[in-house]
Design a protein around this ligand. Structure first.
Ligand SMILES: [Zn+2]
Length: 146
């Protein structure tokens, strides 16, 4: 159901970026336009990915503007997990958790109170706090290596 939502939003995004193309100086759309399986606004683009900000300039000196633009694009594009659910750039770890779940067969993770099964994992990945997601990734990794 949410996969459907992401799929219908994507062509719109392409349209939007396509229309903006002739005006090269127009900045990329703000991060709010990113499709994400989490519908509510969450997180904010880091200041070092905002072109022209002091943090951007600091990173630019170290990485070069091309590398930095690439990282910005990756952030703005977000991530797709192995079942095709789309996550925004803020949700890297949530996406990572779903991919780990896919590898492991979505087992129960008692350490973080996560029940077995795809639906439980998706609910957890969407609703848990940042710390909760990190804990689950850690627990899943421990399982992966055992
Ligand atoms: Zn997100």
């Amino acid at each position: 159901m949410n996969m459907l939502l992401a799929a219908t939003q994507e062509p719109l995004l392409h349209q939007a970026t396509g229309e903006a193309k002739p005006e090269v100086t127009v900045p990329l759309p703000p991060e709010e336009t990113q499709p994400c399986v989490i519908p509510l606004p969450h997180g904010h683009i880091p200041s070092w990915l905002e072109p022209g900000s002091p943090d951007w300039k600091k990173h630019e000196a170290r990485l070069g503007s091309e590398e930095l633009m690439q990282r910005r694009t990756i952030y703005l594009n977000g991530f797709t997990d192995s079942r095709g659910t789309h996550w925004c750039g803020n949700c890297f770890w949530r996406c990572r958790l779903m991919n780990l779940g896919e590898q492991l067969g979505y087992p129960a993770l008692d350490l973080v109170g996560l029940a077995a099964g795809y639906d439980a994992w998706l609910r957890y990945a969407r609703d848990a706090s940042v710390v909760g997601v990190e804990d689950a990734v850690r627990a899943a990794r421990r399982m992966e290596s055992s």
